[in-house]
Design a protein around this ligand. Structure first.
Ligand code: HEM
Length: 222
């Protein structure tokens, strides 16, 4: 059993399963956050639920573990591939026909991760973390979103981040299924289309939030 996780395929299996878990998280996360486009009260109620519900609180360490495992194994696989590659200047062992995203998954992942660190300080550190450490969580999360996206440079930063995320998941999503053994000529093209649609929808939904606020469409916080 331990051997399977030491083998190349075992490590890729862990990457794909943790990646698909994060794909589900993103769908939930974006669904909750787009409520900010409709109502201040609905957004604050959704955030309050996420911060205080016991099931969600139990899921937070699981989510953190999902991220940690995904990042750790991406590092292990990348280092191993670099060592195994005789020609150091060759950018990737992937074929010429691989997409730009496929060839740059690690670098795009690092960009996504750096922005994620910053993102957590914008919201999570002022909200859910406060409930964990016995502090006082933000009473009006909508005000945090309203204030942050009132600054054009944060909007630009989030759009760049979400664009990187788009490339990462538009390849990672279908590639995960390929690792799980679905690699026939009928399903791969279908999964590639599903991945692209998923990535476009999630990216557009996320990007609509900073755009909505910078265009002055948000309600002033109560
Ligand atoms: C405009 C886009 C986004 C907004 C408005 C937003 C908003 C938020 C808010 C309000 C929280 C704190 C939730 C709480 O403490 O209850 C949060 C946490 C978090 N966000 Fe985002 N987010 C956005 C995009 C993203 C993206 C693209 C990712 C992933 C790459 C992401 C990953 C996370 C993670 C991992 C957490 C901590 C776990 C959690 O609280 O759910 N967010 N975000």
């Amino acid at each position: 059993m331990s051997n399977i996780f030491c083998s190349s395929i075992g490590k890729k299996l862990i990457m794909s399963l943790s990646g698909l878990f994060l794909v589900i998280f993103l769908l939930l996360h974006v669904s909750i956050n787009v409520t900010a486009l409709f109502s201040q009260n609905a957004y604050n109620a959704a955030c309050r639920f996420m911060d205080t519900n016991i099931l969600i609180q139990v899921m937070v360490p699981v989510l953190a573990l999902g991220f940690a495992v995904h990042i750790l194994f991406s590092l292990i696989i990348t280092v191993k591939n670099q060592k195994a590659r005789p020609v150091k200047y060759s950018v990737s062992s992937k074929t010429e026909t691989s997409s730009w995203a496929a060839k740059n998954m690690f670098v795009i992942g690092v960009i996504v991760l750096c922005f994620l660190g910053l993102h957590l300080t914008h919201f999570w550190a002022k909200m859910q973390l406060q409930h964990f450490i016995g502090g006082h969580g933000e009473d009006n999360p909508y005000a945090l979103v309203y204030t942050l996206f009132g600054e054009w440079y944060y909007c630009v930063l989030y759009v760049v981040w979400i664009a990187a995320l788009y490339f990462h998941i538009s390849h990672g999503f279908w590639s995960a299924f390929q690792t799980l053994g679905i690699n026939n000529s009928k399903w791969i093209p279908r999964l590639q289309i599903i991945a692209k649609i998923y990535a476009i929808l999630v990216a557009l939904a996320f990007i609509s939030i900073p755009l909505y606020f910078i265009l002055g469409l948000g309600e002033p916080p109560k």
